[in-house]
Design a binder for this molecule. Structure first.
Ligand SMILES: [Zn+2]
Length: 330
């Protein structure tokens, strides 16, 4: 399914192809960009962007990295899949046109739907041979995140220690330890299950990417690859100590109590206490009705604010995390 050989030295840029049928083509391939740069003995890093189509930060950073990388810059191998959800990227949507969320499709199946077939290929052919897996996300259109690098609190102490190193190597001012409140089947979850060192991010979002975020995506990605010895050059030391937030309680993820127009009362980085108002739901069909106040259920720092005002009951409107030290994670 890859048009290029992923083993062996040198630089190759090609495609990943999955057979499919569409209404306008009886014989078609879903075609995704894929590249590899390899040189000598060393670790393999897999760099993935565009698992969600409305998150261009990682797609741009991965494309820039792949074009720029020369074999002599690499010790080991860097495999780059700049955009796994290419039709969603074309539409600037989180989900595939089929409604699939690729980040719920792992580990996938060779006989499943197209997203499951892609997840299966990524699981077996891209994640399995990798030592380090970098999966670049942002809040997409619906969420605005403090730009941060992130990790799950995996059980294995050595894997966790290396993931903390990778998280801090991105150089973001904030880091977040998170849980999955919207189901299983994540790419990073599969990589963690395979024992890989997984580094991920939520670099802003809200449907807009600033130049500073593009720079942070590129510099962080390169610094992670240097930290694990795949990319030549000394890792850059952090400009300042990271603030690490734990958003590991279900109640840290505040959900809209009913549908309406969301007014946020907090901004990223604000500190809140349990019971504090974080937003209000307004009702365009009932202008006489008082807005419903949405309150924080936990205390801490606001790290996500909903970016789309139109809100359905149960949509996440705010995430709160509590600061921890690096030592508390190790
Ligand atoms: Zn994402």
């Amino acid at each position: 399914m890859a048009t290029i050989e992923l083993d062996g030295p040198g630089k190759r840029i090609g495609q990943l192809r999955l057979p499919r049928v569409t209404d306008t083509s009886g014989w078609s391939n879903l075609t995704l960009p894929l590249g590899v740069v390899a040189n000598g003995e060393g670790p393999t890093a897999l760099v993935v962007g565009g698992v969600h189509g409305d998150e261009p930060e990682g797609q741009v950073a991965a494309l820039n990295l792949l074009r720029a990388l020369r074999p002599e810059d690499v010790t080991g191998r860097v495999v780059v899949a700049p955009c796994l959800s290419i039709e969603a990227s074309r539409n600037y949507t989180r989900l595939w046109p089929t409604g699939a969320n690729l980040n719920r499709s792992f580990p996938g199946s060779p006989h499943g739907t197209l997203d499951e077939q892609l997840a299966d290929f990524v699981t077996r052919e891209l994640i399995a041979p990798a030592d380090v897996v970098v999966d670049i996300h942002s809040g997409g259109r619906s969420g605005l995140c403090l730009p941060w690098s992130e990790m799950h609190c995996v059980a294995d102490a050595e894997q966790r220690r290396q993931m903390v190193d990778g998280m801090l190597a991105w150089g973001t001012d904030w880091c977040v330890v998170y849980i999955d409140i919207a189901g299983e089947g994540l790419l990073v979850g599969e990589a963690e299950r395979q024992g890989k060192v997984v580094v991920s991010t939520e670099l802003g979002g809200g449907g807009h990417v600033t130049a500073a975020i593009h720079r942070l995506a590129r510099s962080g990605l390169e610094n992670v690859l240097r930290t694990f010895g795949v990319l030549a050059g000394e890792p850059q030391p952090r400009a300042r100590e990271a603030r690490i937030l734990m958003a590991t309680e279900l109640d840290d993820y505040v959900l809209a109590p009913e549908s309406g127009l969301f007014e946020t009362l907090v901004d990223l980085g604000d500190d809140v206490a349990a019971g504090d108002p974080v937003g209000r739901m307004h009702f365009l069909e009932r202008p006489d009705r008082e807005p419903v106040t949405v309150v924080a259920d936990t205390s801490g720092t606001v790290c996500v604010v909903r970016a789309i005002a139109t809100t359905q009951q149960g949509d996440n409107v705010c995430v709160i995390g509590r600061e921890v030290s690096r030592e508390q994670l190790a």
